[in-house]
Design a protein around this ligand. Structure first.
Ligand code: URA
Length: 239
């Protein structure tokens, strides 16, 4: 189920804000009845009309994006910072990110216009494995990394078990490169996990999402997912 204004926007009829106006003006019908409230949700089988004309569903599209640092995981920004959709100027569909990476985090981000797919992947129950590489300030001890693996208390609760691997360290600069695998997707989770053991994250990159990697891509690159990859992701989330 999706919000009516979102469905109208995705059909390319109007922006989401304009769609809200159309609803409030009584110009939208769902299954033949005028709907004037904004909270209404519709399913793919509902017939939506705007000004008596049935809307066409946008064809679903799925992209893998190598987000550079310094880009917001959003479709617009009031402060005029760069946003992920600035990298998709030639696509007529209105895509948006599946979850988010922090402004200063680089790496693998999926974008789609398929709301059901995005919700499925983001649902906490579906726990898709994500692999990050973090550069930390200071070199965390084995014990501290173990505590991350077991789960650590953050202000929004204990984290689920994780995996960590010390990839390299620089004794002179007192930094370490650590691979961390998590299943959850809480806000700033990796940064907060390292902060909780006393090591701030200087740099962070998401290298893997389920079976998807950044292989062959450089920062700012985009590739379309294959239909098979989309199917595999659905299956992974529903497992
Ligand atoms: N964890 C973080 O701290 N930041 C991200 O962008 C993703 C995961």
């Amino acid at each position: 189920m999706e919000r009516l204004q979102k469905v109208i926007a995705h059909a390319g009829v109007a922006s989401r804000r304009k769609a809200e106006e159309l609803i409030l003006q009584g110009k939208v019908k769902v299954n033949g009845k005028v709907v004037k409230e904004l909270g209404v949700k519709v399913s793919p089988s509902d017939k939506v009309e705007v000004n008596e004309i049935p809307i066409e569903k946008e064809e679903p599209v799925y992209f893998l994006f190598y987000k550079p640092r310094g880009v917001l995981s959003s479709v617009r920004d009031d402060k005029k910072r760069k946003v992920v959709t600035d990298f998709f100027p030639d696509i007529k569909q209105r895509v948006y990110p599946v979850g988010r990476l922090d402004y200063d985090t680089s790496g693998l981000l999926l974008l789609t216009n398929d709301g059901e797919f995005a919700n499925l992947l983001m649902h906490p129950r579906n726990e898709i494995e994500k692999v990050y590489v973090a550069k930390t300030k200071g070199i965390p001890s084995k014990e501290k990394l173990k505590s991350l693996e077991k789960g650590i208390h953050l202000e929004d609760g204990k984290t689920a078990p994780a995996k960590t691997k010390l990839l390299s360290l620089d004794k002179r600069k007192q930094t370490a490169i650590i691979e961390i695998t998590i299943h959850e997707g809480r806000n700033r989770q990796v940064r907060r996990m390292f902060e909780a053991i006393g090591h701030s994250v200087l740099k962070l990159k998401r290298e893997r999402y389920g079976f998807l990697t950044l292989q062959g891509l450089k920062a700012g690159d985009i590739r379309e997912l294959t239909p098979h990859e989309v199917k595999q992701l659905r299956a992974l989330a529903q497992k």
